[in-house]
Design a protein around this ligand. Structure first.
Ligand SMILES: Cc1cc2nc3c(=O)[nH]c(=O)nc-3n(C[C@H](O)[C@H](O)[C@H](O)COP(=O)(O)OP(=O)(O)OC[C@H]3O[C@@H](n4cnc5c(N)ncnc54)[C@H](O)[C@@H]3O)c2cc1C
Length: 492
């Protein structure tokens, strides 16, 4: 290994994800400063016949980022620039694109875009992830006509086999091949199967070092969060009113207390509308201040875990209080501030299992009511309690072959929990089994251990899995970018 690679790496380092539930002890941990460093790391891995992988912010709870050979942190690659004519074909020039370096966090990209008068179309509930990490597991927010990360990306630049640079786009990609050939030495591949496989591939086809994102002019969002009982929401799901609300608002989602209190489950519904002008100070409003402050206090979460363990029977009431505290009437702010729905406090303790279903009211009701039953049975039969609400979010159909929203408007049912609450893993395992039995498809970044070594389930859930496997073998014939997660999921 050359001097430069020694200089940008260390040995005997233990990497762990944010919740310390996944641990890797790589042979070497690298901090590349630029793409040439990544190329050298990949070539060295090939010479030594080792595996190589990039990590983002470590916010996945599955083993998707695990690798015990070469691991790299690419957070030094964190700039954004416009990607425009003459690189972009004339028929795409009415849209706006940026070229973002892969290690940039969503938080930083939002602020840099805002300075340019631009914004992401959507994001998840937090912004601590890197954009490449978010992309590689299919991170999503909510909005039945809004894209998840893989569908906001129109081009990927990767360091692939041999340390070579590739720019991957759909067959009808935005880049003008003639202009590209004149100005760039990166090999441009415009091919649907390659692009829609690689765009969500857990780093198993190469190291992403840049990506082209389709962005929109800066916008604001008006948020309204209100309370409603499950029996009423259920009725609206059955009679179509709830689904119509998803059509009428740009972003909407549901949270529900899995415990029945005073004869019903309390729900909190958030609905958000885009507006294109900034609010005045009076119009702006704000979220509940206690809830906003609490979301950033780690000691508060630690207290919740302690009380959840000592005084577990009050868990349902505690969830009820937190749902009530989070209401907001007409809070208007910049898009990324409103789309941010959580806080830093959960980072060390919050984890979840999440499954996707066709956005079908019957399925949503069936899944939620089975989860309510499991939660009630666990309390009655074995004194085990689930410490959080259940969330339902919506996403437009995805073109990414391994997206759990592939080809269908999708409802994601998320079961968040807190690491260190008693029996949290057993409960999560049971919730996973319930959602698998209902035909749900997993979020790759969430706790999905019940799927390991169950390839037939994955193969049924993802109709394009074989094309994905074929593309992976073509992009990575020597298995340099594979990891055990890919093997356990039956995708090698
Ligand atoms: C508090 C919290 C809230 C969350 N909220 C949401 C949410 O609202 N919606 C949602 O969908 N998910 C959510 N998640 C899950 C999270 O968005 C995903 O797991 C995401 O993948 C984490 O991104 P990361 O930067 O931490 O990547 P990591 O977890 O570090 O890595 C994820 C994968 O990306 C690969 N990777 C990273 N960088 C590269 C690269 N440059 N090239 C190739 N491969 C790469 C890694 O090898 C790994 O396979 C949440 C997680 C947390 C902790």
């Amino acid at each position: 290994m050359n001097e430069r690679l020694h200089k940008i790496s260390k040995t005997r380092y233990t990497w762990s994800n944010a919740t310390s539930t996944v641990i890797s002890t790589p042979l070497r941990y690298f901090y590349p400063q630029h793409v040439e460093d990544i190329q050298a790391i990949v070539k060295e891995a090939e010479v030594q016949k080792l595996r190589v992988r990039a990590v983002g912010s470590g916010h996945s709870f599955s083993e998707v980022a695990k690798c015990d050979d070469f691991l790299m942190d690419i957070k030094e690659l964190r700039d954004v620039e416009k990607y425009e004519s003459p690189r972009v074909k004339a028929n795409f020039s009415q849209n706006q694109y940026v070229l973002a370096e892969a290690g940039i966090t969503i938080r930083r990209v939002n602020r840099l875009l805002d300075d340019m008068g631009l914004a992401l179309q959507n994001m998840g509930a937090v912004d601590f992830q890197t954009i490449s990490g978010a992309l590689m597991t299919g991170t999503h927010g909510t909005g039945i006509h809004k894209p998840a990360f893989p569908d906001m990306v129109v081009g990927l630049r990767i360091v692939g086999k041999g340390g070579n640079l590739f720019q991957l786009e759909p067959t009808d990609g935005i880049t003008d091949p003639v202009s590209h050939a004149q100005n760039s030495s990166i090999q441009l591949i415009q091919d649907d199967d390659i692009f829609y496989s690689t765009v969500l591939s857990f780093g198993a086809m190469g190291i992403v070092y840049q990506m082209i994102l389709e962005v929109v002019p800066r916008f604001w969002i008006n948020e309204h969060r209100y309370l409603e009982n499950w029996s009423s929401v259920k009725q609206k799901l059955i009679n179509g009113e709830f689904m119509q609300m998803l059509e009428d608002y740009d972003f909407a989602a549901l949270r529900v207390n899995p415990y029945k209190i005073d004869g019903d489950h309390l729900c909190s519904i958030v609905r958000q509308r885009i507006q294109h002008t900034a609010p005045t100070k009076i119009e702006q409003g704000r979220r509940n201040i206690l809830s906003a402050i609490g979301a950033n206090l780690e000691w508060l979460i630690e207290g919740i875990i302690r009380t959840a363990n000592r005084n577990a029977k009050k868990t349902g009431k505690k969830i009820q209080t937190s749902i009530k505290l989070a209401t907001a009437k007409n809070y208007i702010d910049k898009s990324y501030k409103v789309l941010y729905q959580s806080g830093a406090a959960v980072l060390r303790y919050g984890l979840s299992s999440e499954f996707a279903f066709a956005a079908d009211p019957v399925k949503i009701i069936a899944a939620l009511e089975l989860i309510f039953k499991e939660t009630a049975d666990a309390a009655t039969n074995s004194d085990r309690y689930h410490p959080s609400h259940i969330a339902v979010r919506f996403v437009m159909p995805s073109k990414a072959y391994l997206s759990s929203a592939y080809n269908k408007p999708t409802a994601y049912i998320d079961v968040p929990t807190l690491h260190n609450t008693i029996a949290y893993q057993d409960l999560l395992d049971n919730y996973q089994l319930i959602m698998m039995a209902l035909g749900g498809t997993p979020h790759w970044g969430k706790v999905n251990n019940m799927l390991y070594l169950n390839p037939s389930f994955i193969h049924t859930a993802y109709p394009k899995y074989q094309t994905w496997i074929d593309v992976r073998r073509q992009m990575d014939p020597d298995n340099t970018f594979i990891n055990d997660f890919v093997i356990k999921m039956g995708l090698a």
